[in-house]
Design a protein around this ligand. Structure first.
Ligand SMILES: O=P(O)(O)OC[C@H]1O[C@H](O[C@H]2O[C@H](CO)[C@@H](O)[C@H](O)[C@H]2O)[C@H](O)[C@@H](O)[C@@H]1O
Ligand code: MG
Length: 246
């Protein structure tokens, strides 16, 4: 783990021979006030389609969003996708794989729905296989939200901390397990993985990429991270990608 005092180097030039894994919010697109908003960022589908062609199809999006939400966001582009932090995957051939839902999730849903109803401004995003309790509109309620989520977590359920959000999800899946699974099949197999992400939930992706001989690129301010390289922000990522001639 790099400590906060260490400046991370800029990444090497983007390589079309890599296996590409990209986070969405805070990496490809700027964060906004609306969780999982389906507002389509300008030219995102075109960019992803150009990237897909340039790297021989070896690009997947790996997000906390659900696969259905990601598909709507990037349509008409079609890419391999990992949603809900690795619990769902849409393969290059269009097949969907979904981990079985935790029986404990229903109880967590009911508890967190009641909490959100009692706390105006807190938003519960129900992604079916995971739950996200957002406090972006009411930042002073961060600790109350954390406490509510912690109290729902037991058995196979774990808590994830993200940007102005606490999530509940089965522990056995992560962005790292998603990367590893994609790397076992074409068009990713045999390539060097590169994982790009901004948040704490991307650390599993950085770790998995490094374990397979690849690299992690943090997008955003310096912080303790397993990534080796850093790009300052979303526009810097897009400027760096431009070297691929997209
Ligand atoms: O893994 P990511 O692709 O980075 O997705 C992480 C979460 O993104 C969304 O929430 C975040 O973005 C929102 C829109 O910009 C913002 O309002 C919120 O505060 C952020 O936490 C999404 O709603 C979550 O489901 C994803 O897990
Ligand atoms: Mg992100």
């Amino acid at each position: 783990m790099h400590d906060t005092g260490k400046t991370l180097s800029p990444p090497p030039a983007p390589d079309p021979c890599w296996a590409w894994f990209l986070d969405i919010d805070g990496t490809l697109i700027e964060l906004t006030g609306e969780p999982s908003s389906l507002r389509k960022p300008h030219r995102l589908p075109e960019l992803l389609e150009a990237l897909r062609r340039r790297v021989g199809g070896a690009v997947a999006l790996v997000s906390g969003r659900s696969v259905s939400n990601m598909r709507a966001l990037i349509a008409p582009a079609e890419l391999p996708l990992a949603g809900c932090h690795g619990l769902e995957r849409r393969l290059a051939d269009g097949r969907m794989l979904r981990a079985p839902s935790s029986p404990l999730l229903a109880e967590a849903r009911a508890t967190l729905r009641a909490f959100a109803d009692d706390h105006p401004g807190v938003f519960l995003e129900d992604k079916e296989c995971t739950l996200a309790l957002h406090y972006r509109q009411v930042p002073h309620l961060e600790w109350a939200c954390r406490d509510a989520v912690e109290r729902t977590v037991s058995g196979d359920l774990g808590m994830l901390s993200g940007k102005m959000v606490y999530e509940v999800k089965p522990r056995n899946f992560s962005k790292g397990t998603a990367l590893r699974s994609f790397m076992e099949s074409t068009p990713f197999q045999g390539r060097r993985p590169v994982f790009l992400g901004d948040d704490l939930t991307d650390e599993d992706g950085f770790e998995a990429a490094a374990a397979l001989g690849g690299i992690g690129i943090l997008v955003g301010p310096v912080r303790p991270t397993r990534a080796e390289f850093r790009l300052a922000d979303v526009p810097s990522l897009h400027a760096w990608l431009a070297a691929l001639g997209l």
